[in-house]
Design a protein around this ligand. Sequence first.
Ligand code: C5P
Length: 222
Amino acid sequence: RQNFIIAIDGFSSCGKSTVAKSLAKKLHFVFIDSGAMYRAVTLYFLRNDIDLKDVEAVNRALDEIHIDFVPNTDKTQVFLNDEDVSDEIRTMYVSDMVSEVSAIKEVRRAMVAQQQRLGKRRNIVMDGRDIGTTVFPDADLKIFMTASPSVRAERRYAELMAKGETITMEEVVENLAHRDHIDSTREESPLRQAADAFVLDNSDLTQEEQLQIVLEEYKKRK
Ligand code: C5P
């Protein structure tokens, strides 16, 4: 493999995508938000009322789903069957269901295959839950991000408030705990720290400090 792959994993709201984006920008790599793919699938399932236990319905739905990424200067746009769903996939409506949908084997197999295709021949930074363990076990640099639960909840709360969602801190804490639990206990590619991952706890680090630390790790491996 000629291209360089950076995998960033961790629990929800640890700041993975912020680091991934700034790193990709700095290195001129392509940033791929794997969570956005699971969110887009979840939105499709919600809209079409797919029964998550009906394997045939799930497979039929997966055949109908086409996800595209269009990288822009400040944010990546996500398209579900040619419709821009970038904002809708970030609502609580989707967040409340995404971990259930992401635990379905058929969904994971389809997404992992697409993620592996996206990582062919290009230098990428991909963030998610199973990137360093399942999608790219041979990634050149693996980062496992952590942050204290209160820091994570505050970040997510501020993010949702800024978007105008009416939500309480309690609901945010509950959603994070719920997703972490399902994400780390599911059968198919659960969230795990890869043995060879560099652990970055960013509870007390600025974004610039995080970027510098990760760039150091990149230089060691390049
Ligand atoms: O990264 P983000 O929080 O947007 O991901 C939303 C959800 O998608 C996660 O809570 C998880 O259930 C699922 N996910 C996953 N595997 C990934 C990325 C996200 O299961 N690689």
